[in-house]
Design a protein around this ligand. Structure first.
Ligand SMILES: Cc1cc2nc3c(=O)[nH]c(=O)nc-3n(C[C@H](O)[C@H](O)[C@H](O)COP(=O)(O)OP(=O)(O)OC[C@H]3O[C@@H](n4cnc5c(N)ncnc54)[C@H](O)[C@@H]3O)c2cc1C
Length: 507
């Protein structure tokens, strides 16, 4: 398995294992933890600028959300310019506009400089409102874009076969194959003298006066600075209370005939659907995404795929669902990412998280922001994305509700955990959190009847995990840690596995 879920994403065949082992006894300038787009883009930048860098990846590159993304490259975001103006002021919203422009330029420059073949294409994006309330929302978006000088223009036509009330067009957007891109960037990093160590989980850090000592499953690593490019920093950090984990679903369909939308599309339903195409093995597939929900909050994650598939089939002339997969992203409390010095650290440790559905762009701009902070001590984006910004400036009420829902779920789980008295009540292929002999266990029975029994308490913050039937994983509803049926950690912030209970093989 080389992605953090059981389903195969459209990009996955491209994931490659790089074999290199470091001389751990040297002092690195920067240790980058995490081999997704954020870690690799940042590592290349720093290595190129003469820093001695090492990337530590718990599994393989692309194992996290970068292997499960849909890789639209946009300069408009889930947090609209209208919202950003309201919450952060016009000047900050204008600054946000440059993130998209600069990140796209970084990607284009990397493609040129390292001669990367990653199916990059310039695309036009269409945003369409399906009812009156969405139309009003779109008007706000267009107005906000105009105020910051971003091009989003109302249009009468869209190339998508979906009836709409109002639509806007955004020129000069893009798409690429994310794994082809990071794989080539990783090769460039190694060619520049960088060191990559895969299958290396970073368990903790000890920040000393002049260096940071990382404790990893492959031994100790010393670096002057550390970057947690792990999508959410590991361990326990205040940022876990500022970001809520969400799952999103994607399906790649084969298409009947030659008439299909070649552009990028987004409706304004909450949660929205998003569309693009991708050629894989000589065939063009339509990738549709949506059905997002808070991690651990869907009764039946398999149903999310059915809903998405039914919705797409209503409008598009598609044939087979060739790939279907889901992945995780993080919603920041005030709508903007946290990129900079890790709160609670003394300034030698950095992180980047809270990208919502725009991490191709925010992960890429992280290379510029953290690169500039480490190389020069300043970045024009430093204040806007400061992870230490004291209190949420916006969205606080919603966030409190989110946290209340987490607390409620925690209590509810404790009180209403299914009361079955023996494992025999589980059917083959089924999974449940069960009460057994006074304790709670996460139990999964394979189709051949073999049971996998784990303690159901997430080691990160002691919440009860929930079953994700779509990705065959146990997901924590509190902060998004995820585990496979053997209890092995798939997704942070946990750095520990679920405790496995050895069973009699005959059970
Ligand atoms: C379904 C879906 C569709 C999306 N579509 C888009 C899109 O169209 N456009 C867009 O811009 N964004 C999109 N996003 C968001 C974007 O994909 C992510 O924000 C981005 O991939 C995050 O990249 P990352 O490198 O920060 O994290 P990841 O790709 O998750 O990488 C983190 C890496 O860190 C490793 N790691 C974790 N903990 C440790 C540890 N303790 N020690 C060592 N290694 C560790 C993991 O194994 C992983 O490989 C989408 C997200 C989802 C869920």
């Amino acid at each position: 398995m080389n992605r953090d879920g059981a389903r195969k994403s459209i990009w996955q065949e491209e994931i490659k294992t790089f074999s290199s082992d470091a001389g751990f006894d040297q002092l690195f300038d920067v240790a980058i933890v995490g081999g997704g787009i954020t870690g690799i883009s940042t590592a290349v930048r720093l290595q190129k600028e003469g820093k001695k860098c090492i990337i530590l990846e718990a599994a393989n590159i692309g194992f996290g959300t970068t292997g499960g993304t849909t890789a639209h490259l946009n300069d408009f975001f889930d947090t609209t310019y209208a919202q950003a103006i309201k919450d952060f002021g016009l000047n900050n919203a204008k600054l946000l506009k440059y993130v998209g422009i600069e990140a796209k330029n970084i990607i284009k420059n990397n493609i040129r400089e390292y001669n990367i073949d990653c199916d990059f294409e310039r695309k036009t994006a269409y945003i369409f409102a399906l009812d009156e309330s969405q139309a009003r929302q779109l008007d706000e978006m267009v107005k906000g874009s105009a105020q910051v000088g971003h091009q989003m223009i109302l249009t009468q036509d869209i190339p998508f076969p979906i009836p709409f009330k109002k639509a806007a067009v955004v020129p000069d957007q893009g798409q690429f194959h994310p794994i082809k891109y990071i794989k080539a960037l990783m090769q460039a990093f190694i060619d520049l003298g960088g060191v990559l160590v895969e299958q290396c989980l970073c368990e903790s850090h000890d920040e000393q006066e002049d260096q940071v000592v990382l404790k990893t499953t492959k031994g100790e690593i010393k670096a002057a600075r550390v970057i947690y490019a792990t999508h959410i920093p590991p361990g326990v950090n205040v940022l876990h209370f500022m970001n809520a984990p969400y799952r999103s679903y994607a399906i790649a369909f084969s298409i009947k005939g030659d008439h299909y939308p070649k552009d990028l599309g987004y409706d304004l339903i909450d949660p929205y659907h998003y569309y693009r195409t991708q050629e894989i093995n000589g065939e063009v597939l339509l990738i549709a995404g949506g059905e997002d929900h808070k991690t651990g909050h869907a009764e039946d994650t398999g149903e999310c795929f059915s809903k998405l598939e039914n919705y797409v089939r209503e409008y598009f002339d598609v044939e087979t669902a060739v790939y279907s997969w889901s992945s995780q992203y993080y919603e920041p409390v005030d709508g903007l990412p946290y990129i900079g010095v890790l709160p609670g650290s003394n300034g030698r440790i950095y992180t980047a998280t809270g990208f919502r559905g725009n991490g191709m762009i925010f992960g890429t701009i992280t290379s510029q922001i953290l690169g500039d902070l480490i190389l020069t001590g300043s970045s024009k984006y430093k204040e806007l994305f400061d992870p230490g910004r004291i209190k949420p400036m916006a969205g606080f009420t919603t966030f409190v509700k989110e946290q209340a829902s987490v607390a409620y779920d925690f209590i509810k789980d404790k009180l209403f955990v299914e009361k079955i008295s023996s494992l025999a009540e589980l059917k083959d292929g089924e999974a449940k959190v069960v009460k057994y002999d006074g304790s709670s266990y996460a139990v999964y029975k394979e189709s051949n009847g073999k049971a996998h029994i784990l303690k159901s308490v997430c080691p990160h913050a002691q919440c009860e995990v929930r079953w994700n039937s779509a990705e065959i994983s146990w997901d924590c509803p509190c902060h998004g840690s995820r585990f496979n049926v053997n209890g092995k950690m798939l997704t942070g912030p946990t750095v520990k596995d679920l405790q496995r209970i050895e069973t009699d093989p005959s059970v």
